[in-house]
Write a new protein. Structure first.
Length: 726
């Protein structure tokens, strides 16, 4: 392609038209044909192709216009051939639309169908004669996963005429989908909501320190990606948005406001899809909305009960790349997902619960054990639970997650996708799990109730092998027997269980075999709290943090027992809010931390300059500096506290939190991100502090908790394991 060589985008007139092309080609589609195209695409979007469509439309438009569609379709190496074949096959059924319009429309429709904003979409793209027509060569001249901020601007601004806000908004599409190691050499999803457009990508990206690098090795070589403790990934190019002040400010803005992100994304994606189209563009828009009725259960789901009003429905789809599970339920309760091989007992449990008080009615916690995080030479499994999309309101929650389909990449490295040759277990339960649901591997036992359906995947989608009648039999099946069936048939089994009749243990960490005890009909209500009790417990904890009032001496040098709180509950609550509410790292900028609250938070020092802004933050050095600052403070040798209002935000800051004369904790903050803290009062539990700090995001919690435990240990304070959350 001469234009790719020269580096100059070609004027549109250089595009060679396909035979029979005219500017109004697609405009010959009748309203009925648009409607049936919408429903044809919706089937594929529901089966998990939405992220692919969104990506394909971006990539096609970004080749510079003119060469739409055919350049990419003929350059199959950049995409999964089976997915491109899918586009071809849809095209065959709709001869009235150009391939370029089809690709573009599928992207726009997918954004809306996956809960994103409506895209202003107009037909009129011509098909290029062949792939050589693309002004920007998608292989040699395209944005790369290793690009930094400058390259990003060079590509999006210089070539595509997009500004900083457009760039950041567009990258928010990485909330969707997965990296597939056999396609790009990277692995994993960015967000917990890979099939829903949300601003979670930005919420995660605003805390880049939660990510560490990970080498991913595949047949194509070794690549470095970023990964958080919940196993979500970022490409280097995603991290580039945190390494440029202008980009990062927009990241934070979108993290704080999903509506702004949606508006900007709709605008940027709409313009991108029309990039350099030229005069063929229709004046009329074609609707991209694909409304899903609010409380209708999905047609292709298996529901329990199968007659009457279902309580929940499950839909499992293996699209060849990802196995997608979607569960719709109007029940409150806990859900657990286990992915394992060879044994029903596994450590890989995700727990989410559908609460009643938060704005969307669903809250989740996620767990990914080490062995199932994405890593070379281990089973890279993915489990996600997405928050309920707005379209599911008011009565149905939808939880969907994907698991990367098993595909052997290399016989030498043994790298595989999910090892789903065993089974996947899904549970909905009224009973909260045992253990600390807020910690990695924290859940010890999840209770299951009344197995109602068993689904087998194979070619052709899920098959129902258990129904209501079979459920009774299934409930007495040993898990081993079920696993045997699954392995024998080389399929994935999903057990769907519901808290109605029986209760038995489903996962028991630390044992190799599941607890197969018979349903205990005689004592159906032993001590496990149900969800409503749990919610009440939470409320009670908010009002009364009893552990705080325990007096014991701090090993940080205070000889007098701390008298943290006065007697009255109201006063306790007031004190706690004074102490802790100011400290929510996600919402309070650093300069506010040291003032206004009676000097409870004392600055010790800050590091000179910024340690932030490069990938190579040296955590060990930072921890050592923190320790040193803390020691200086405790020895009375600290330099006088500075006024934090004068501090550079991109600096490491050290604080001590005091209550009266008592030292409670010391804390490190970098660029407004909470880095770590050391608890200096042993009576004060980490769980309590987490709760009071309002640190809700799992990744933060884990990092925070680990940092505290480690630092506390080093500071000589007796190690105190976090108690069970409940
Ligand atoms: C600098 C620009 C970008 C780079 C380097 C980049 C790179 C990548 C890579 C490496 C993947 C993984 C592919 C795979 O393994 O399956 C991916 C996936 C994806 N990208 Fe991007 N991307 C960029 C911009 C965009 C934009 C602007 C959009 C849309 C507006 C987008 C949408 C997507 C989606 C939805 C996926 C998931 C696809 C799936 O699940 O199959 N990307 N991208």
């Amino acid at each position: 392609c001469p234009f790719a060589q020269s580096g100059n985008p070609s004027p549109h007139s250089h595009a060679r038209r396909g035979p029979g092309w005219n500017p109004y080609y697609t405009n010959s589609m009748t309203p009925d044909q648009w409607t049936s195209l919408r429903s044809a695409l919706s089937v594929h979007i529901q089966s998990g192709k939405g992220p692919f469509f969104v990506r394909l439309a971006y990539a096609d438009s970004a080749t510079g216009g003119g060469g739409h569609a055919q350049r990419w379709i003929t350059d199959r190496a950049s995409f999964d051939p089976s997915e491109l074949a899918l586009v071809d096959s849809i095209k065959t059924s709709f001869p009235g639309i150009t391939l370029a319009d089809l690709v573009s429309f599928a992207g726009a429709l997918s954004v809306t169908a996956m809960g994103g904003p409506a895209i202003n979409w107009r037909p009129g793209r011509n098909d290029a004669k062949d792939g050589q027509d693309a002004p920007i060569d998608p292989v040699t001249d395209f944005a790369k996963a290793t690009d930094g901020p400058n390259e990003l601007r060079n590509f999006f601004t210089t070539r595509l005429g997009l500004n900083d806000r457009d760039i950041v908004a567009l990258m928010g599409a990485h909330n969707l989908g997965n990296c597939h190691i056999w396609k790009s050499g990277y692995a994993g999803p960015w967000s917990s909501t890979p099939f829903t457009v949300t601003n979670e990508y930005f919420q995660l990206l605003q805390y880049p320190n939660n990510y560490t690098t990970e080498e991913v090795t595949s047949a194509t070589g070794t690549k470095t990606q970023w990964i958080d403790r919940a196993g979500r990934m970022m490409l280097p190019v995603d991290m580039a948005l945190t390494r440029d002040a202008a980009f990062f400010a927009i990241v934070k803005e979108y993290a704080a406001n999903q509506d702004t992100f949606f508006a900007d994304f709709a605008s940027a994606y709409g313009r991108l899809l029309e990039h350099s189209i030229g005069s063929g563009l229709s004046k009329n828009t074609v609707g991209t909305s694909l409304a899903v009725a609010a409380s209708t259960k999905p047609a292709n789901s298996t529901c329990y009960p199968s007659t009457g009003s279902p309580i929940f429905c499950v839909d499992m789809f293996d699209n060849g790349n990802d196995v997608i599970f979607t569960v719709h339920t109007n029940r409150q309760g806990w859900v657990g997902v286990g992915v394992g091989s060879g044994s029903m007992t596994n450590n890989d449990v995700i727990v989410g619960y559908k609460g009643s008080s938060d704005k969307d009615g669903v809250q989740t916690s996620r767990f990914t054990t080490v062995q199932h995080k994405i890593a070379p030479n281990s089973k890279s499994a993915w489990q996600q639970i997405s928050l309920r999309g707005a379209s599911d309101k008011p009565s149905w929650a939808k939880i969907s997650f994907s698991a990367v389909h098993p595909k052997v990449i290399s016989s030498t490295t043994g790298l595989v996708g999910n090892n789903l040759n065993g089974y996947v277990t899904f549970a909905v339960s009224d009973f909260a799990p045992d253990g600390n649901k807020n910690a990695v591997d924290g859940v010890t036992t999840l209770y299951q109730h009344d197995i109602s359906a068993i689904l087998l995947t194979g070619t052709g989608g899920p098959t129902m092998v258990g129904n209501d009648a079979a459920a009774a039999a299934a409930s007495s099946l040993s898990v081993g027997a079920i696993a045997g069936i699954a392995v024998g048939a080389a399929v994935v089994v999903i057990l769907v269980v519901l808290a109605v009749i029986f209760r038995k243990r489903m996962f028991s960490r630390g044992t190799k075999a599941p607890n197969h005890e018979a349903p205990d009909a005689a004592s159906p209500t032993t001590a496990q709290p149900d969800n409503s009790v749990w919610v009440k417990t939470q409320t009670a904890r908010k009002l009364d943090a009893a552990p705080l009032s325990t007096g014991s001496s701090s090993s940080a040098g205070d000889s007098a027992p701390p008298s943290f709180l006065p007697d009255s509950a109201a006063a306790k609550s007031e004190k706690q809010s004074q102490l802790f509410n100011v400290f929510t790292p996600s919402s309070v900028p650093v300069p506010q931390l040291n003032n206004e609250k009676g000097g409870n938070l004392i600055s010790i020092s800050r590091a000179s300059g910024s340690t932030y802004g490069t990938y190579g933050v040296d955590e060990a050095a930072e921890n050592a500096a923190f320790e040193q600052k803390l020691k200086q403070y405790l020895d009375g040798n600290a330099t006088p506290p500075e006024d934090p209002l004068t501090w550079d935000r991109a600096a490491t800051a050290y604080f001590v939190m005091k209550n009266g004369g008592n030292l409670v904790s010391a804390t490190r903050v970098r660029d407004e991100n909470f880095i770590g803290s050391v608890l200096l009062a042993p009576s004060f539990t980490i769980t309590d502090l987490l709760f009071k700090l309002g640190i809700e995001r799992t990744g933060d919690k884990i990092i925070f908790e680990n940092a505290m435990l480690a630092l506390r240990e080093r500071a000589g304070v007796t190690k105190q394991e976090p108690p069970a959350y409940i």
